[in-house]
Write a protein that binds this ligand. Structure first.
Ligand SMILES: Nc1ncnc2c1ncn2[C@@H]1O[C@H](COP(=O)(O)OP(=O)(O)OP(=O)(O)O)[C@@H](O)[C@H]1O
Ligand SMILES: [Mg+2]
Length: 344
């Protein structure tokens, strides 16, 4: 197997605030192989966007990597200066489709000029070639090609989102980070863009980190995935392993909380509470307070990510009771079924 394109290794990310810092990501570890599409799921506030932004050195000003390492093609991202990141890495190597990207276009430049500037900085394409390529991408994202000469404010919110997707794909980056790329778009456009992202995977050697609330998008698009809760990786592995044989209580409950197109009649469960906003050292399982199976030990130490004994080798779980979860989960799934029968 080829070397991974991206390695997240024991990553901690903190935000400085007036009081104690917010610990948005704690000891996160996973890697993305060359050509792999990788999904990152978890509820609102679990640290997905924080992780995404850190990969291109684009954390909010008060945020910073407090521990661990992010390696892109083997080199720590933290070793690049801001100039190196913008000249060598962003757009050309790694492009980020930011969440709610409405405000991330330069308001005083026509889209076509933004594309030409990117091409002049990073490629040897002449202006004509750059514009032709950009027009083709406009077509992909469902925008009329003549509108490349518009300013961002002439677009609706959904159109700006699509223009950002076109720019992110424009320089044919090796790694695309897509943070909820299609949530602001209608279903038809969502399908078209996801299909395009699927198509380029066949044609080009591109890898992707796809962040979404929608587990079914991961199931349809990705090879591997991680489930994040309270900034900790709860479970990682091939989509088949994590999806079909989840062994972390959070993955089990999250899966049960979402409709699955393969089983439309399945009963849906709920997870009480929200992922916590953490301000003290995270030396415990962040899911313990929401977990029906938590024990004292879950609150005494952060669970290590260990290999699961179910599925093929590509499966890791951060739960000290992971080897009991197959059995415990089936009791839980029965109870979801019973409750829903009672309420019918
Ligand atoms: N600039 C900031 N300053 C302080 N705290 C922040 C900042 N940005 C994010 N956070 C906190 O970090 C945690 C993770 O936020 P993040 O935006 O990464 O979550 P997310 O998983 O992307 O959520 P969503 O699904 O809603 O987009 C949250 O507790 C959030 O309140
Ligand atoms: Mg987010």
């Amino acid at each position: 197997m080829s070397d991974p394109i991206l390695e997240i290794d024991g990553l901690d990310i903190h935000y400085e605030t007036k009081g104690e810092p917010v610990r948005a990501v704690t000891d996160a570890t996973f890697e993305i192989d060359q050509g792999e599409y990788y999904g990152l799921v978890g509820e609102s506030g679990s640290g997905k966007s924080t992780l995404a932004k850190s990969i291109i050195g684009g954390l909010d000003r008060n945020g910073g990597v407090a521990g661990g390492e992010i390696r892109y093609k083997g080199t720590p991202i933290q070793d690049y200066s801001e100039t190196e990141l913008s000249e060598k890495i962003r757009w050309k190597e790694i492009s980020l489709i930011p969440q709610g990207s409405m405000n991330s276009l330069d308001p005083i430049m026509k889209l076509s000029d933004q594309a030409i500037e990117l091409a002049q900085t990073h490629t040897d394409w002449d202006k004509e070639e750059a514009l032709d390529r950009f027009k083709d991408l406009f077509e992909v994202v469902g925008l009329p090609e003549e509108r490349i000469n518009d300013y961002p404010h002439q677009f609706s919110g959904g159109m700006q989102q699509r223009a950002i997707i076109a720019l992110a794909l424009f320089l044919e980056p090796s790694l695309i980070i897509a943070d909820e790329p299609t949530t602001a778009l209608d279903v038809i456009m969502q399908d078209q863009i996801l299909k395009y992202l699927d198509d380029i995977k066949e044609k080009e050697d591109v890898s992707m980190l796809m962040i979404t609330h929608d587990i079914s998008v991961v199931f349809e698009t990705c090879d591997s995935m991680s489930v994040l809760h309270g900034g900790q990786v709860a479970e990682s592995g091939s989509v088949e392993n994590v999806f079909d044989m989840p062994r972390h209580p959070y993955s089990i409950m999250l899966k049960q909380a979402f409709p699955d197109i393969r089983f439309p009649d399945r009963d849906l469960g709920i997870i009480e509470g929200q992922p916590p906003q953490l301000r003290e050292e995270v030396s415990y399982c962040t899911f313990a307070d929401r977990c029906p199976w938590a024990e004292e030990a879950c609150r005494e130490a952060a669970p290590p990510l260990v290999e699961s004994d179910v599925g093929d080798t590509d499966h890791e779980v951060g739960c000290i009771r992971h080897d009991e979860m197959g059995e415990l989960a089936s009791e839980y799934l029965d109870s979801v079924r019973e409750e829903s029968t009672v309420s019918d």
